[in-house]
Structure formats: C-alpha cells, structure tokens
Ligand binder design. Structure first.
Ligand code: PEP
Length: 258
C-alpha cells in the first residue's frame, strides 16, 4: 500500500444475501467497520438488495457505499432483464464491478463488452471496479502478464478520461473462491505491471488509480497482501458475507494506512 492512495475494501456478495438478510449484512458491515475511517468500505449485494442497502446505509449516516456486480452497456431500451448504469445511480449505488471473471467465463463477456460497460458507467457517474486476471491454465502456460496486460489495455483509455474515478481489481481466477491466495510478492509483480501500463498513459493516472487484489482474501492474509506497494485494497467474495470477518480486512487496511 502506498499512503498517498486511500485503501478500498469492496465486498462482492455474488448471488447471496439478496433478500431480507441483505439489510442486516449491510448494516452489520457498517457497524463493524465504523472505526476504520482511513478506509473506503464497499458492500456488493445482488440487484434486488441494492436500493434497500444504499438507503439503509445512507439513513444511518454510514460511510459505507454500495456496488452493483454488473450492469448493461446500453443506456435504455428493449433489453429485457437488463439494468442500466443510470438506474443503478438512481438507486443510490456508487460503484459497479465490471468484467468479473465469472461474467467473462459464464456469460461470455469479452474485453470489448467490458470496455463498453466501463465507458457507460463513467458516463452515468457510476464508479467502475474493472476486473482482470488470468486462469490457472494461462498462469501455468506462463501467460499471466500477457493476459492481464491485454485485459487492462482494453479498458484503460476509459479510466484515463478521469484519473482516480475508476478502480482496477486484479483477481487471479485460480484464487477466486478456492482458498488458494496468491503469494503477496507474485500479486505485487502483476500490480506493478498494471501500474506501469497506467504510467504509459499518464503519471496522474498511475498515482491516482487504486489497484485492488481479489482471490481468497481474508482477515488473516490481508495484511501481507495490502503491505505490498502497489496493492491498494481488496475485492472480497466469500469473506464479505460475514460482517465481522470482512471488517477484519478493513482493520488490516486501516493499520497500514496510518
Ligand atoms: C471474487 O469473487 O471477486 C472473489 C475475490 O472471491 P473470493 O474472495 O471468495 O475468492
């Protein structure tokens, strides 16, 4: 972590806690992380719970903000079942996770689609958390840097339009939901490469962009990852479903940020 960037810890609840339990989890996170004022804490409920969670957090005066997990690249129209960036914004949502590996693998989201979504989010003043990361097969073939570079180069020109507004999440696919966390120095090497790509665009973009690590991050491994110079926070799946466990990651970030 570099103290010039404010750490960000974002939860991705995936297709969990979208009903009555969402408000309890969102307000539980708000309470458990209230003391960590040097950290941006974000919860990521499913669509059905976004407005309720955003409203509950706002009405309690919490600094915790809300992320959607996906959105349409289109602004409006005949796209049955889709949700636009402006609809999310109107529902009190601040962030949107885009290009998550599950979207890429299960719903055929290409670099081009992800880039269109990043552009649409920014146009609607919704802050993108743009994801990248290699599969196990790609890692074993020694292609990690090449794959991540390709993914980042696709959406980077959109992020460059407003340095610091968007965030990048590096999530090695083999570490997501597997309990296999990347070694801090291996993750740092990829984050440094991404920072280098941002530098090629502008110094401001490189300094302002937060690059999160995601993949089996938990309270007990967060400090090792977050202490790396180019790891500015975490995108957290499984461990974000428990308010106290999630807050431990925010606590680790707070400790390093001070
Ligand atoms: C994720 O889905 O973005 C993620 C990082 O999941 P987990 O923390 O469960 O590996």
């Amino acid at each position: 972590m570099n103290k010039s960037r404010r750490p960000l810890i974002a939860g991705n609840w995936k297709m969990n806690a979208g009903g009555r339990d969402a408000l309890g989890l969102a307000t539980g996170v708000a309470k458990a992380s209230a003391a960590y004022d040097a950290v941006d804490v974000v919860v990521g409920p499913p669509f059905t719970a976004l407005a309720g969670a955003a409203h509950a957090l706002e009405s309690t005066g919490s600094a915790v903000t809300v992320a959607a997990q996906n959105m349409s690249a289109e602004a409006s129209g005949a796209f049955t079942g889709e949700v636009s960036a402006s609809m999310l914004k109107d529902s009190g949502v601040t962030w949107v996770i885009l290009g998550h590996s599950e979207r890429r693998a299960l719903y055929a989201e290409t670099d081009e689609i992800v880039t269109r979504k990043v552009a649409a989010a920014i146009a609607a003043r919704l802050r993108p958390i743009a994801c990248c990361g290699e599969t196990l097969e790609e890692r074993e073939a020694g292609r990690t840097m090449e794959v991540v570079e390709r993914q980042v180069r696709a959406f980077l020109p959109e992020l460059a339009k407003e340095p610091g507004f968007g965030v990048i999440a590096y999530e090695p696919v083999w570490a997501i939901g597997t309990g296999k966390v990347a070694k801090p120095e291996d993750a740092q090497a990829v984050h440094a490469m991404i920072r280098g790509l941002l530098w090629q665009s502008s110094e401001t973009l490189a300094h302002a962009t937060r690059i999160l690590y995601g993949g089996s991050m938990k309270g007990d491994n967060a400090a090792g990852l977050l202490s790396q110079p180019d790891i500015d926070g975490g995108l957290v799946g499984g461990a974000s479903l428990d308010a106290a466990g999630f807050a431990k990651i925010a606590a680790a970030a707070q400790e390093l940020a001070r």
